[in-house]
Design a protein around this ligand. Structure first.
Ligand code: ATP
Ligand code: MG
Length: 408
C-alpha cells in the first residue's frame, strides 16, 4: 500500500527521537543553581559587593567584565534575584536588568528603568513608553523610586553598547545630587576586556566601582556545564564523544559556554532533521560551523554596509592570498575596489581606520601595532577572528554585497 503523505503520525515531526527537553539548551534558559558550574568565587564576590542592600544601605557599584559566554549575565541575574528573595520585610528592594544592546540611548535606558520600577496602581504615575526627554524620564524614575523602594539594583547588561555613559553618571550620582533618597547600586556588565579602562575619568570617580573579572572556562568546566544539561536529550542518544568534542571546540576559542551549548543544540537539531537515532561526531563538526555562523550574523546584524564591506575586504584578501594578516592600507585598497563595484561612496582612510577599530572592539578582528624596524614607521596588522570562508559566505548573504563578484 502506498504511504499516506497525510498520515497524522508523519505529518508533524513532534515525535522527537533526539530531544527530551530542548529548553535546557535555549540561550534564554536560566539554569538551576545546581547547574551553575565553576562560578562560586564570582557569585560570592558579587553577592558580597551587593549585600549591604539587604540592610537598606547602599550596595557597591560593580563592573563585571570578561569574554563572551563566561556566565556574566547568568551570575548577575542570579545574584540579584537571590537578593530580592532574601530581602527582610522592612527593606524594600527592587532589582532589574536593562539590555543595553536594545536600550542604547540615555532616553531609552531612563524610560525602561522608570517603567520597570513603576506600578501605576501604587504611584498613580503613568510612565509613557516614549515621547519624553531623557531628563523627564529621569525625573519620573526618581519619583517612582522614592515612592516605592529603599534600594534599587540596576544591572546594565552589555553596558559598552550604550551610546553614552551618562546613565552610569546619573545613577551613581543620584543620591548625592539629591535626586532621590533611594540607594542605587549599578552593576555594569561588559564582554570587552578593556571596558573598565575605557571609561571616562569622571565616570570612574563617580562610580567608584569594584571590578569583577570573569575568567574563561577550561574544557573540563565546559564539559561539566554540558553534562548538567544532558537531560535535554533522550537516554543514550548522545554518542560518547559528543560532549567532550563540543567542549573542546568551545575551549579552543576562549572557553565560551554559550558556544559549547550552541554547538550541542545545533548537533541535536541536525540529528533530528536527519531522523538519526544518535548524535555523533559528524553532527558536532557541522554544528560548530552553524554556531559560528550564527554568532557572526548576530554580531554583524546591525552593522553598516560600510563596516560589512571592510570585513568582506579582509575575508577576500585572506582567501585570495592564503594568508591571514594584512595591513590597514592593503585592506583599504581592497575595500575601495569593493565599494566602487557596488556603488558605495568609499570612506576616507581616516574613517576607514575607525571602522576597523570598531570591528576589533566587537571582537570580529584582531589588530596589532607593528614596528617597521630601524626606519622608524609603524603600521597596524589585522586578522579576522573567524574563518574567512565563513565570513565571506555570511557577508555575501547581504543584498548589497552580493552584487560583488570574485574569482577564487
Ligand atoms: N557556569 C555556568 N554554568 C552553567 N551554565 C552556564 C555557566 N556559564 C554560562 N552558562 C550558560 O552559557 C550561556 C552564556 O552565559 P551568559 O549569557 O551568562 O554569558 P555572558 O558572559 O553574559 O556572555 P556575553 O558577554 O556574550 O553576554 C547561557 O546559556 C548560560 O546559561
Ligand atoms: Mg551577557
Amino acid at each position: 500500500m502506498a504511504e499516506d503523505p497525510l498520515d497524522p503520525e508523519k505529518l508533524f515531526s513532534v515525535q522527537d527521537k533526539i530531544f527530551a527537553n530542548r529548553n535546557l539548551l535555549e540561550t534564554s534558559h536560566v539554569p538551576e543553581p545546581d547547574r551553575i558550574v565553576g562560578r562560586d568565587r564570582e557569585i560570592t564576590t558579587l553577592a558580597g559587593h551587593l549585600e549591604d542592600a539587604l540592610l537598606g544601605s547602599s550596595p557597591e557599584n560593580v563592573i563585571v567584565y570578561g569574554k563572551t559566554g563566561t556566565g556574566k549575565s547568568l551570575v548577575s541575574r542570579w545574584v540579584s534575584q537571590r537578593i530580592e528573595e532574601n530581602a527582610p520585610e522592612e527593606v524594600r528592594i527592587a532589582t532589574t536588568r536593562i539590555d543595553c544592546s536594545q536600550d542604547t540611548t540615555e532616553t531609552q535606558v531612563a524610560s525602561s528603568l522608570a517603567r520597570t520600577f513603576n506600578d501605576i496602581g501604587e504611584t498613580e504615575t503613568n510612565v509613557p513608553l516614549t515621547g519624553l526627554s531623557a531628563s523627564n524620564y529621569w525625573k519620573l524614575l526618581w519619583e517612582v523610586l522614592d515612592q516605592r523602594y529603599d534600594v534599587a539594583i540596576v544591572i546594565l547588561d552589555e553596558a559598552d553598547l550604550m551610546a553614552t555613559d551618562n546613565p552610569l553618571m546619573r545613577l551613581s550620582r543620584a543620591r548625592e545630587n539629591g535626586d532621590t533618597n533611594t540607594r542605587i547600586g549599578v552593576v555594569a556588565v561588559s564582554n570587552k576586556l578593556q571596558y573598565p579602562n575605557r571609561l571616562d575619568e569622571r565616570i570612574v570617580s563617580s562610580l567608584r566601582a569594584k571590578e569583577l573579572p570573569f575568567p574563561p572556562y577550561d574544557a573540563d568546566q565546559l564539559t561539566e556545564i554540558l553534562e548538567r544539561r544532558r537531560e535535554a536529550f533522550r537516554d543514550d542518544v548522545l554518542s560518547e564523544d559528543v560532549i567532550p568534542l563540543c567542549s573542546a571546540f568551545a575551549a579552543q576559542e576562549h572557553g565560551d559556554a554559550r558556544k559549547a551549548i550552541d554547538i550541542l543544540r545545533h548537533a541535536g537539531k541536525l540529528a533530528h532533521k536527519e531522523e538519526a537515532d544518535q548524535v555523533v561526531e559528524r553532527h558536532v563538526r557541522e554544528a560548530r560551523r552553524l554556531a559560528e555562523r550564527d554568532r557572526f550574523m548576530e554580531t554583524t546584524r546591525t552593522a553598516t554596509t560600510q563596516a560589512k564591506a571592510g570585513l568582506l575586504a579582509l575575508a577576500v584578501l585572506s582567501l585570495e592570498h592564503d594568508q591571514s594578516v594584512f595591513t590597514t592600507s592593503d585592506i583599504y585598497d581592497r575595500y575601495f575596489a569593493i565599494a566602487h563595484e557596488i556603488d558605495l561612496d568609499a570612506l576616507s582612510m581616516r574613517r576607514f581606520r575607525d571602522i576597523l577599530k570598531e570591528q576589533a572592539f566587537l571582537g570580529l578582528l584582531e589588530s596589532e601595532k607593528e614596528n617597521d624596524g630601524k626606519g622608524g614607521g609603524i603600521h597596524i596588522d589585522h586578522r579576522l577572528m573567524d574563518d574567512p570562508q565563513l565570513v565571506y559566505e555570511t557577508l555575501m548573504d547581504d543584498e548589497r554585497l552580493a552584487e560583488c563578484s570574485f574569482d577564487f
